[in-house]
Design a binder for this molecule. Structure first.
Ligand SMILES: [Fe+2]
Ligand SMILES: [Fe+2]
Length: 318
């Protein structure tokens, strides 16, 4: 990484003990570029993980959270650009903004198909919009320290959320159980294209946080806020989907179904999720220490949606 190692992870001007500084892996850095994508949803069924509505809807929550969430990333990062005094980090942030804007739109484009299949997501997305646009939106704060504090807080929150988008990206790139279970190839390609770009840009939010602040106390506090909000919004989203799925007579979300999905490999494992917590909170943690940029770039080179091709549905006998 450029000069990330020289940055002060415990705040500007504070001495940092050796071994307590985030240690980037230089070879994992790559230039970022947004990729235009196209996905044809017309043949994607409601339960795109066949026979498994609980897993389908657990993953479907992404389509409700990400359009507003990633628009919010872009909004906050445009305010952060004037704070960046490192040419390569600036380029990375601009690449990140370009990628997240397309991610947001690509997930939004799934929603009309859900409506066609009888599942109207609007009551839930209205709550998500309020969360990102109002609760985490710009406040009428006076210029100077209060306004800067709120910007730094949101930059740190994005770094914590990006820890989880990279975690999920790495998971879905390797989730062969979804292929074995016959998951819809278009949905898998959307998730893996997005996941691969999350892996590709996994260090940007953390590097920006280190550059503008990097205080360990802020990293811990905002991780707690981000983790709590994600768990709250996610379980609420799964409940919403299960209760409003027109094909289920008594659809209920359950933690047991989530654990079962993890054991089968069609959802992230609870143990892996728990282990990712101390990883992020490690003093020397840097996102480039995890996941593989080479795997992400290889997937992107062959992704049907990112390369103007229709995914192969021959395995379905179509
Ligand atoms: Fe994204
Ligand atoms: Fe991201």
């Amino acid at each position: 990484m450029s000069n990330t190692a020289k940055r002060q992870p415990d705040g500007p001007g504070k001495p940092v003990k050796p071994g307590k500084r985030p240690v980037p892996v230089a070879s994992e850095h790559t230039e970022l570029r947004p990729r235009q994508v196209a996905f044809d949803w017309s043949r994607t069924p409601l339960h795109w993980v066949p026979g498994d509505p609980a897993t389908t809807h657990t993953i479907n929550v992404l389509h409700l959270l990400l359009p507003a969430g990633e628009r919010w990333f872009v909004h906050v990062y445009k305010q952060a650009l004037p704070l960046i005094r490192d040419a390569r980090l600036r380029e990375d942030v601009i690449g990140f903004i370009g990628q997240e804007a397309i991610h947001s739109q690509a997930h939004d484009d799934v929603l009309p198909q859900l409506r066609r299949l009888g599942l109207d997501p609007d009551p839930y997305t209205a709550q998500v919009d309020w969360f990102f646009e109002k609760l985490l939106g710009d406040r009428t704060l006076p210029p100077g320290r209060p306004r800067r504090w709120w910007l730094l807080e949101r930059i740190a929150l994005i770094a914590a959320i990006e820890h989880y988008t990279a975690f999920l990206g790495d998971w879905v790139l390797n989730a062969e159980a979804l292929d074995r279970k016959g998951a819809d190839p278009v949905m898998l390609d959307l998730l893996r294209w997005h996941g691969a770009e999350e892996v590709e840009h996994r260090s940007v939010a953390f590097d920006l946080f280190l550059h503008v602040d990097g205080a360990y106390s802020r990293r811990v506090r905002t991780w707690g806020l981000a983790f709590g909000a994600l768990v709250f919004l996610w379980q609420r989203g799964v409940r919403f989907f299960m209760e409003n799925d027109p094909t289920l007579t008594d659809g209920k979300a359950s933690f047991r179904a989530f654990l079962r999905g993890g054991r089968e490999g069609v959802l992230p494992g609870a143990g892996d999720m728990l282990r990712s917590i101390p990883t992020y909170l490690g003093r020397a943690y840097h996102p480039s220490q995890e996941c593989s940029t080479a795997q992400a770039v290889a997937y992107l080179a062959g992704s049907p949606g990112a390369n103007g091709r229709v995914p192969d549905r021959t395995s379905e006998g179509a």
